[in-house]
Design a protein around this ligand. Structure first.
Ligand code: SF4
Ligand code: SF4
Length: 264
């Protein structure tokens, strides 16, 4: 992989040539000085947008296109999980909301937690995602039970994502080419859902990286984003220059989360 950061009059630009032959460029405006991984999430989101555009173009070249469009929201009823870094950012975004919207989000999250507790799913949801992320059978069971409750994401407002610029990578990366109706019955046996293949899984890379090195995957389910915020804030967070941290993250991504779509 070759990484170049150019500093043109129009602003900094990050250019990456992956070993797969895929090349992407995106804007790069990180904070100066030493940063934690959460501080360069806007840059990682920009990179994700470019890789998604690349995946959509590759799908189009094979005659397939994403069925996703604004107002189509079945996927916002799935159990959304994100890296601890994204959870910190989302909790911060909630803290910056105007009071009425912040109160609405907090009330929606509280209500979700109560429903999950009533159905005996809260402890299982937290434990499985924090401590047993390799146990895919257990995770699928939790996701199925969560889906049956049909809880809308608390950030879904009038059929649109109210935190669109800061939505987790899992929401960005989830695109399907199958008919939209398939998304409304994801656990139905024989469901023909077809995802748009991605060359690199940034979401999984982020959840298993602490800013300096790989770590066991820690996934935060969206209903718990405020519940665990205090705990997440107490975690040590390695710091480095944004350029060095992005290079380390990209090496982790390429080494561990290159998907088959990147292979010829
Ligand atoms: S993933 Fe499915 S439900 Fe979500 S926007 Fe795309 S088509 Fe609609
Ligand atoms: S964060 Fe936004 S895109 Fe993701 S599930 Fe919630 S409303 Fe949908």
């Amino acid at each position: 992989m070759d990484i170049r950061i150019s500093d043109a009059a129009s602003g900094k630009n990050l250019h990456i040539d992956f070993a797969s032959g895929i090349s992407v460029s995106c804007a790069f405006f990180p904070p100066e000085g030493e940063v934690a991984l959460v501080d360069i999430l806007p840059e990682i989101f920009s990179l994700s947008n470019e890789l998604i555009a690349h995946a959509l173009a590759a799908a189009a070249a094979e005659g397939s296109r994403a069925s996703c469009e604004k107002g189509c929201v079945s996927c916002c009823y799935q159990l959304i999980v994100m890296s601890d870094h994204e959870a910190l950012l989302l909790a911060h975004i909630v803290s910056l909301m105007e009071p009425k919207e912040r109160a609405r989000v907090k009330a929606a999250l509280r209500s979700m937690l109560q429903i999950l507790e009533r159905h005996g799913l809260l402890a299982e949801m937290l434990d499985s995602h924090a401590n047993c992320f390799t146990d895919s059978k257990r995770l699928v069971e939790v996701q199925k039970k969560y889906w049956e409750l049909q809880l809308a994401c608390p950030f879904l407002v009038d059929g649109a994502c109210s935190v669109y610029a800061f939505r987790p990578l899992v929401c960005r990366q989830y695109m399907v080419s199958s008919p939209r109706e398939c998304c409304a019955q994801i656990f139905k046996p024989g469901n023909m859902m077809k995802k748009i293949p991605l060359a690199y899984d940034l979401g999984s890379a982020l959840a298993s990286f602490n800013g300096a090195a790989a770590k066991p995957t820690l996934a935060v389910p969206i209903p718990a984003v405020l519940l665990v915020n205090g705990l997440l804030e107490s975690f040590p967070r390695p710091k480095a220059s944004a350029e060095a941290m992005m290079a380390a993250f990209l090496a982790h991504l390429e080494e561990n989360f290159t998907r088959s779509a990147a292979r010829p």
